[in-house]
Design a protein around this ligand. Structure first.
Ligand SMILES: Nc1nc2c(ncn2[C@@H]2O[C@H](COP(=O)(O)OP(=O)(O)OP(=O)(O)O)[C@@H](O)[C@H]2O)c(=O)[nH]1
Ligand SMILES: [Mg+2]
Length: 316
């Protein structure tokens, strides 16, 4: 089975050599790809010298690079790891084992499981907790690390998962798409190291934090439209009942509609709420139909792959 190690990099010249050497030691037969994103330092040259295949991606952003990786690299097992030397290469065997055994389509190297001894900055730990809370409330998904940059994928997942997020929302996007589209996802604990002195973080907490949240809400709207628009509808109806209740109380007391503006506001808000709920129902039915279509397409792709395997030997 071919294994490809994919390393997204933006200005990681100080650490990339160590990452390549560590993975070469663990997986001597694997091909290591460094996807360089307009680095201003020597990342590409250092990576090439260390024996990696360097591919340039002109569109800045980790998500853009992940999309390029999924399109350009052909392998049976894929490992994605940051170029900042914070993830342990020794854990890669445990990471790819479920993919090799055909038991999972995505394995997340979780930095936040109980068994993980991770050096986490307090703000990052808090941010991760918040995202896990949103993930659980919106999608009912319970995992321990939504944003880990250390993962293994099956060929089936890489070929069958369209990604659109261009930046640091890419990990959240791939996790949510995988789980809502019923790919098999498992987690294994890994220990995160702090960045070494001289290497600097690319994440901008506020900006990237909002992008991740925005992308989670967009996926919630797309995959759970009834909960999204139905929720908005119920809130609107609830708000409309405040002026509406007053107008109705007046009516029962006096037999007259005394507050015309309140009555108009109540009718408008309650109607908007109903429209939102109806929209949610329509989109839910459409999404359900697309889910069936998606499942059928995956079955067809699996069958084609299986018939090729029988002809050419195992692919994945
Ligand atoms: N190709 C590419 N890689 C990027 C880009 N931005 C970040 N990366 C890489 O993505 C990986 C993760 O970025 P980090 O800055 O380590 O983000 P993080 O791991 O969430 O946070 P810290 O490790 O705490 O800094 C690193 O290998 C970066 O070099 C980008 O625009 N293009
Ligand atoms: Mg990092």
């Amino acid at each position: 089975m071919r294994v490809a190690v994919l390393v997204p990099c933006h200005n990681e010249a100080s650490t990339i050599k160590r990452v390549i050497e560590a993975f070469r030691l663990e997986l001597p037969a694997a091909r290591i790809y460094v996807f360089d994103n307009n680095s201003a330092d020597e990342t590409a040259a250092v990576a090439r010298e260390a024996g990696a295949t360097v591919i340039q991606e002109p569109r800045l952003g980790k998500g853009n690079v992940v999309q390029a990786m999924f399109r350009q690299v052909d392998s049976d097992v894929y490992v994605m790891v940051d170029g900042d030397d914070t993830y342990p290469a020794e854990a890669v065997h445990r990471l790819i084992a479920p993919i090799r055994a055909g038991e999972a389509d995505m394995v997340i190297g979780s930095r936040l499981q109980e068994a993980s001894k991770s050096e986490f900055r307090a703000l990052n730990r808090l941010g991760n907790r918040m995202y896990l809370f949103f993930l659980r409330s919106m999608f009912g998904i319970r995992i321990s690390d939504l944003l880990s940059g250390y993962r293994a994928f099956s060929r089936r997942f890489v070929l069958g998962t369209p990604l659109f997020g261009g930046g640091f929302e890419t990990e959240a996007e791939m996790t949510i798409r995988a789980l809502t589209r019923r790919f098999r996802v498992t987690e294994i604990p890994v220990d995160l190291r702090n960045r070494r002195a001289g290497s600097s973080s690319k994440i901008r907490i506020i900006r990237d934090g909002f992008t991740i949240l925005k992308s989670m809400f967009a996926l919630f709207r797309d995959y759970k439209p009834l909960a999204f628009f139905g929720g908005i509808g119920l809130v609107l109806i609830g708000l409309g009942l405040i002026p509406g209740g007053i107008v109705i109380a007046d009516f029962f007391r006096t037999g007259l509609i005394l507050r015309i503006p309140s009555a108009i506001l109540a009718v408008g808000t309650v109607l908007a709420g109903f429209i939102s709920i109806v929209m949610g129902v329509i989109l839910h039915v459409i999404a359900q139909r697309f889910r069936e279509l998606d499942a059928n397409l995956q079955t067809i792709a699996d069958q084609i792959r299986r018939s090729r395997e029988i002809k050419d030997g195992p692919l994945c």
